[in-house]
Design a protein around this ligand. Structure first.
Ligand code: AMP
Length: 217
């Protein structure tokens, strides 16, 4: 199954992608995670991306398309994948169409997670992750089970993303509205777009998404 998750920063794409990858046994391809890994590595792409990400801009289509083209041809993607954070522009969506045509594959579902703008800033400013294993949390909606200890690895070191500061979040939301929101009509015209209310509890959002797969099966 090949899935695209769409939605503004803070909509819960990453959280839902983590759950869906278990449910479907396919990898989650998060371009944000790939870029953060490149930044941490200090690679050429990482150095270019670092400044852009810190200011809430978008990394160029050329870099992003090459990154995904390479990734979806890896053997673990043969059964499908969940795209989290890609495509983010019409140019990326068109390049993805071309890649799929070449590989003789197609998208099964494009899922938009809808969240009110006001809730996004609040959600983003409350999120943090384990510095050791990367498990994601939110002070309000998803705290650690034991205070100060990661549920997954037990580490007590946590960090916040550099681009989750309020001023950067505003720039990221603007980028979403200008560059990414046009993908909604792009996919809806093809009948592959489903919208899910992302203001609901995390479990409810997951079951609404997985129900879509059952209807389609
Ligand atoms: P995310 O973790 O998906 O919120 O992505 C974090 C940041 O990485 C974004 O604000 C962008 O600067 C960059 N980024 C991630 N995916 C893309 C993409 N598909 N195209 C351009 N920039 C991206």
């Amino acid at each position: 199954m090949k899935i695209i998750l769409l939605g503004p920063p803070g909509a819960g794409k990453g959280t839902q992608a983590d759950r869906l990858k278990e449910y479907l046994s396919v990898p989650k391809l998060s371009t944000g995670d790939m870029l953060r890994a490149a930044v941490a590595e200090g690679s050429e792409i990482g150095q270019k991306a670092d400044k852009i990400m810190r200011t809430g801009g978008l990394v160029s289509d050329d870099i992003m398309v090459a990154m995904i083209a390479d990734r979806i041809q890896k053997p673990d993607c043969a059964k499908g994948f969940i795209l989290d954070g890609f495509p983010r522009t019409i140019g990326q969506a068109q390049a993805l169409d071309q890649m799929f045509e070449k590989l003789h594959i197609g998208i099964d579902h494009v899922i938009e997670i809808k969240v009110n703008d006001a809730a996004l800033v609040e959600r983003i400013s409350n999120r943090f992750s384990c510095s050791k294993c990367g498990a994601g949390y939110n002070h309000k909606s998803k705290p650690t089970k034991v205070k100060g200890a990661c549920d997954t690895c037990g580490s007590s070191e946590f960090s916040q993303r550099a681009d989750d500061r309020a001023e950067t979040v505003a720039a990221r939301l603007e980028q979403y509205n200008q560059q990414t929101a046009p993908l909604l009509p792009y996919y809806s015209k093809r009948g592959t777009l489903h919208s899910v209310d992302g203001m609901q509890p995390i479990d409810t959002v997951t079951s609404e998404i997985t129900d879509l797969f059952k209807v389609a099966a």
